[in-house]
Ligand binder design. Structure first.
Ligand code: GLP
Length: 251
């Protein structure tokens, strides 16, 4: 049975990020006390930056990430790791360089894989997620067009990690960072909606007025491939962490 994601509205992006960081911190330390690992699915974009800063702060206060395994949602295809806009760079700059996660526990799709190896590579990424025990908690942002990861409007619900074409809205939104739309990669590797829905818990962060309309749509009953975030209505345990501005259009 479809059900709407839960949502929590916070006064500021910082407050929302701190709440999710606290939830993640509790999960990490509980698992550590049980001698178990925890598998986190991670997102990029401007939205989770505060979450990662807060996780780094929790680490400085004593939280260890030694038992954490991570899988990132996506990566631009055609970008090597050392490209300043690669998600590999983003994740190291914003999080991994500031915590004690073992480097071997970090998984980010490799944007440098040649075309002929991509199919096997994507299958291997899925296999690695399964072998780690599946994703315990998947962090998501949301594109203005309703994409999650790089699952763009029209995305099928049953795809695992795969190669996808970026949508015009997504290319437009990334243009400034790449110094012009022409420089934005046209393709990406992304976890599929299937991968995301298999996570045991999903936490979607959305901040600011520019996300208010798409948040309203995601939290309105009705699942459509045109708004991939509506697929979260198929997930039994998902929560949107919103600031007040992103929640202005909720009834
Ligand atoms: C990119 C990422 C998404 C992210 C989205 C929103 O396209 N692939 O995972 O959710 O941008 O970005 P922002 O958080 O900067 O609004």
């Amino acid at each position: 049975m479809p059900q709407l994601p839960a949502h929590r509205i916070f006064p500021t992006p910082d407050a929302a990020s701190e709440a999710l960081a606290a939830e993640i911190g509790d999960l990490v330390s509980t698992r550590a006390s049980e001698g178990r690992t925890v598998v986190l699915g991670l997102a990029t974009g401007s939205t989770p930056i505060r979450l990662y800063a807060e996780l780094a702060r929790l680490h400085r206060e004593g939280l260890s990430f030694a038992n954490v395994i991570t899988f990132n949602l996506d990566e631009y295809l055609g970008l090597e790791r050392d490209h300043p806009e690669s998600y590999w760079q983003f994740m190291h700059l914003r999080l991994f360089d500031h915590i004690d996660i073992p480097p071997g526990n970090i998984h980010i799709p490799d944007g440098g894989i040649p075309d002929e190896e991509l199919e096997g590579y994507c299958a291997g990424y899925e296999k690695a997620i399964s072998e780690a025990g599946g994703i315990d908690l998947q962090v998501l942002g949301i594109g203005r067009n309703g994409h999650i990861g790089f699952n763009e409007p029209g995305a099928a619900p049953d795809l695992p990690t795969h190669v996808t074409e970026l949508n015009e809205v997504t290319i437009g939104d990334a243009a400034e960072a790449f110094g012009g739309g022409a420089n934005v990669p046209r393709r990406a590797i992304t976890m599929g909606v299937k991968t995301i829905l298999e996570a045991r818990r999903v936490a979607l962060l959305a901040f600011g007025e520019s996300k208010a309309e798409i948040v309203r749509r995601a939290l309105t009953p009705g699942i459509t491939p045109q708004v991939p975030a509506t697929y979260l209505q198929l997930h039994p345990d998902s929560t949107c962490f919103l600031d007040q501005d992103a929640a202005t259009q909720l009834g």
